[in-house]
Each structure stands twice: as structure tokens, then as C-alpha cells.
Design a protein around this ligand. Structure first.
Ligand code: C5J
Length: 234
């Protein structure tokens, strides 16, 4: 561990080094946010958006416990915590017809399902799974797209907090998690994805996404196991 200076010259705290792919990821907790992507009932539970698209949600159920462990670790370390939810206004004014009408799901965005209207803000399905609900003071970003920077205040929130590094968990790996990591990477953030704390309906997409993030010298960012993060800096 080492003390570092920020650009302003102020001490920002001890750096932590995580054994990661493709090489060590070094971050300062005071400048790092955990970004937990879309741990919502509509993706993880039966009867929601994910299942309406024909997916087997059991692949995501197993992400809940490690994602909660990651969240607990981040809370214990004093990281800024950001939770996102993908959902739309009740009048669907922020949902492009292309998104709502594409394909032939059993229920479309805005239709009424077992957990209320699919992917609509304020409905039970659009809420967080209970284990991953934000605590008071944590940041919640409601996003209409797959990426958490598109159409949201995320960038200004991170800038206001002096955040330079992002640690990611959530679902799904190749859609909203990867899209947000790519958006963040293009904005200059150093991004680490925690392997057990993310998941996909498609195991082959999960594996491919982890590989492509770290390929070419970390072209999108880093990946690491939860234990490597938790053990780092002890
Ligand atoms: C999807 C997401 N898969 N959160 N959303 O539509 O990844």
C-alpha cells in the first residue's frame, strides 16, 4: 500500500492493488465507485422482462449472493456506491419504439406481467432484488438505455465525487454491464469487473465478454475474482 497525491496535490489515501487480468488493477477507495448494474427483479426473477424474452433466469439468480458480497465489501471500504436500474417512464416517452417493438417477446416493455408493467419505473418488477437494494445515501441511476451514461446524470455525479476508478458488478454481463464499461472506458475511467458478481443468460457470452474486456492489454478494462479484490490491501 502506498500514499498517493491527487492532481490537486492533496493526499487521497492508500492505494490498493488487486491481482487482475490482464495485469494488476490499482485503485484508491476514495476515488473509486462501485457500480452495480440493473440487479432488478425484471431481469433476475421469473415473470419479468428477461423471462419474457425466453431466457432462463436461473443463470442470474446465482449472481445475487456474490453481488451482495461485493456490495458489502464496497460499503465496508467506504467506496461511493452507485446502483442502476434500466426502466422507462409509465408513458414510455423515453422508450424508443425500436426497443419496444423488436422481436416477439411474450410480454413487451409496458405490458402488464406478474410483477406489474414490464420495465416501467415504479412497478415491482423494475425494483431491485431485495438483497441488492440501495441503502440511504447511495446513488441510484435510472437509465433508459443499456449503457448507464446514456441519458443519465452518472458522469456529472462521478465528476462531482472526484471518481476516477469504477468497480462493476450486475447483469447482464454482455449487455448493460459491458455497454456501461465501454462508455466509462471512453470517458477515461479505469474499470474493473468482478467475475462472480456478474452474469448472463448465456454462459458463452459471459465467458466471451470477460475475455474481450481484458484482451489487447485491457482494451476495455480489467477482470478479477471476488477473492482477489477482498484479499487485496488486507
Ligand atoms: C438487458 C441488461 N439485457 N441490464 N439489460 O436488456 O443487461
Amino acid at each position: 500500500m502506498s500514499e498517493k497525491k491527487s492532481f490537486s496535490g492533496l493526499a487521497t489515501g492508500a492505494a490498493i492493488t488487486v491481482r487482475a487480468q490482464p495485469f494488476d488493477f490499482v485503485f484508491e477507495p476514495a476515488r473509486t465507485a462501485l457500480v452495480m448494474i440493473d440487479m432488478q427483479r425484471d431481469f433476475v426473477e421469473r415473470g419479468g422482462f428477461g423471462e419474457s424474452l425466453g431466457n432462463d433466469v436461473s443463470h442470474l439468480e446465482r449472481v445475487v449472493a456474490p453481488a451482495r458480497a461485493l456490495l458489502d465489501w464496497a460499503r465496508g471500504r467506504g467506496l461511493t456506491i452507485v446502483h442502476t436500474r434500466e426502466c422507462h417512464r409509465p408513458d414510455l416517452s423515453d422508450c424508443p419504439p425500436a426497443k419496444r417493438l423488436r422481436g416477439s417477446p411474450s410480454l413487451r416493455i409496458g405490458d402488464v406481467g406478474p410483477m406489474g408493467r414490464i420495465l416501467i419505473d415504479g412497478e415491482p418488477g423494475a425494483d431491485f432484488v431485495p438483497q441488492l437494494a440501495p441503502l440511504a445515501g447511495e446513488i441510484e441511476i435510472v437509465k433508459p438505455g443499456k449503457g448507464a451514461f446514456y441519458g443519465t446524470r452518472l458522469q456529472s455525479v462521478l465528476e462531482a465525487g472526484g471518481i476516477t476508478h469504477l468497480i462493476f458488478g450486475g447483469v447482464t454481463t454482455e449487455v448493460c454491464v459491458q455497454t456501461t464499461m465501454r462508455e466509462a472506458n471512453d470517458r477515461g475511467y479505469e474499470c474493473l469487473l468482478i467475475e462472480e458478481a456478474t452474469g448472463s443468460y448465456f454462459p458463452e457470452f459471459y465467458r466471451a465478454t470477460l475475455a474481450m474486456i481484458a484482451a489487447q492489454g485491457g482494451i476495455v478494462g480489467w477482470t478479477a475474482g471476488l477473492a482477489a479484490l477482498v484479499d487485496a490491501g488486507r
